[in-house]
Design a protein around this ligand. Sequence first.
Ligand SMILES: Cc1ncc(COP(=O)(O)O)c(C=O)c1O
Length: 287
Amino acid sequence: MKVWHRGHIGDARECRVPLLDHGLLYGDGVFEGIRITGGRVFRLDAHLARLARSARAIGLELPLGQAALADTVCATARAHGAPEAYVRVLVTRGVGALTLDPTDCHEPEFYCIVADIRMFSAEIRARGLRLATASQRRPRADMLDPQVKSLNYLNNVLAKREARLRGYDDALLLNGEARIAEASAANVFAVVDDVLVTPPTSEGALPGITRATVLECWRAGGGQAVERPLTAYDLTGASEAFLCGSGAGLIGIASLDDRIIGGADRPALAVLAPAYAAYAARHGTAF
Ligand SMILES: Cc1ncc(COP(=O)(O)O)c(C=O)c1O
């Protein structure tokens, strides 16, 4: 695992995080999770554009321009070396006073971590995910807008923890209106009457890069796809459902709260998985 911090690339164990960094004290910062596949960084520009939008949303100035950020990601990926890996880019508000007032934080801290990818096991991929509905809801846009990929992931962490403690693989988070927002770290898709359906971001979904890629690939193959609100009823009635994300990849959902979804074969995923791989080969940044 390699880390870029303050202009140096080193091992993760050597990296020192300042104690008074507001990212550590308050989750005051933004991040990206990016997949490296086939020796290429997947849709790096799209990820850095989302990072810039997240930063603007919380009034945080990125310490480097887009080109310099991209160079940093590629340099860290080269140091790590593996053709299949996971990148975590973090920008925190930086060191300030021991108060939540951020006006003393003058220098944002930037970290880029490249690590081996930790995905769901081959066994879970084969059988499909067993999801549990989380008891806590996804925050509304007038709280902390869920489109901001901020370091405040406690809601997601607790949802995942709850699901794992109850023996499930992952959590499904509903929004305040009891409609589906997303999973703990992935977007949700269902196939309803041969149409690919995913909740719009206004329902509490992150504007996922993998989600956008899935929509593009499906439509390019002549399929119909819509963004519309989804309920648990829609999901359990779907002929097929899956999650997608930079870390999760594309992975089928077997059940929600022990209610079986679709059949063992997943025809949409069977089409989308190779389409996604081909897309990654075309839209990756070599390092
Ligand atoms: C809450 C949440 N939703 C969705 C996603 C999927 O987004 P992407 O495909 O851009 O990785 C992530 C990714 O980590 C996430 O954290």
